[in-house]
Design a protein. Structure first.
Lengths: 143, 61
């Protein structure tokens, strides 16, 4: 066997161009879904799911901010702060909405504020779950 | 910004309701399946939430 034959890549190893394109579209859908909750599903023409994702994240953020929950930032002191920040970032654009809603800052000295923190974190984690769902649908693995 | 004042139970109900509806829509396709799944999830959220509340009750006294 010559050297040039050995370097040749078998066609079976390369993903077909259609598959590569689908993967790229799925990635864009997931990113859109993260940035604006429900946008990924809207791009896939799943209107019901798009509206529900947007409303769910919106309501959780609104209630969480209204209860003066803690919105974590990147300057966390420990692992829990960093995890909280990751969860809050999951809301995408709603992170800044929550920030603008909480004009008086968080107040976790009461149970309300503590619950608000959980509402905000849940909104982020739910949005990440929805983005993953949109990604899987775009890849054709889910319906 | 409107301050949201909820009791512990109201917060549990709002949370359970919103998440159950979202799970129903994401997890199922047919409308009837979505309703069934959302109701089932809501029931479990409430039962488990209240159950855990009662399980912790002796430790608060």
């Amino acid at each position: 066997m010559s050297g040039s034959e050995g370097a040749r890549v078998s066609p079976a190893e390369e993903p077909p161009p259609q598959e590569t394109r689908r993967e790229a579209i799925a990635f864009v859908v997931a990113a859109a879904s993260w940035l604006v909750p429900g946008l990924g599903h809207a791009l896939l023409k799943m209107w019901g799911r798009a509206v529900i994702c947007f409303l769910t994240v919106g309501v959780l953020v609104w209630v969480g901010a209204g209860m003066r929950g803690n919105l974590f930032n990147s300057r966390g002191n420990d692992a829990f702060d960093s995890l909280g920040y990751l969860a809050d970032l999951g809301t995408g654009g709603f992170y800044w909405v929550a920030k603008s809603l909480e004009k008086n800052g968080p107040d976790v000295s009461r149970a309300d504020g503590d619950y608000g923190t959980r509402f905000l974190a849940t909104a982020g984690v739910f949005n990440l779950l929805a983005a993953l769902h949109a990604y899987e649908v775009a890849r054709g693995r889910k319906v | 910004m409107i301050a949201v004042k909820l009791s512990h139970f109201q917060a549990l109900v709002v949370f359970a309701l919103v998440i159950s509806i979202a799970f129903g829509f994401l997890g199922r396709r047919r409308p009837i399946d979505r309703v069934k799944y959302a109701l089932w999830t809501l029931l479990l959220f409430l039962l488990i939430g209240v159950g855990i509340g009662w399980a912790m009750y002796p430790f608060s006294h």
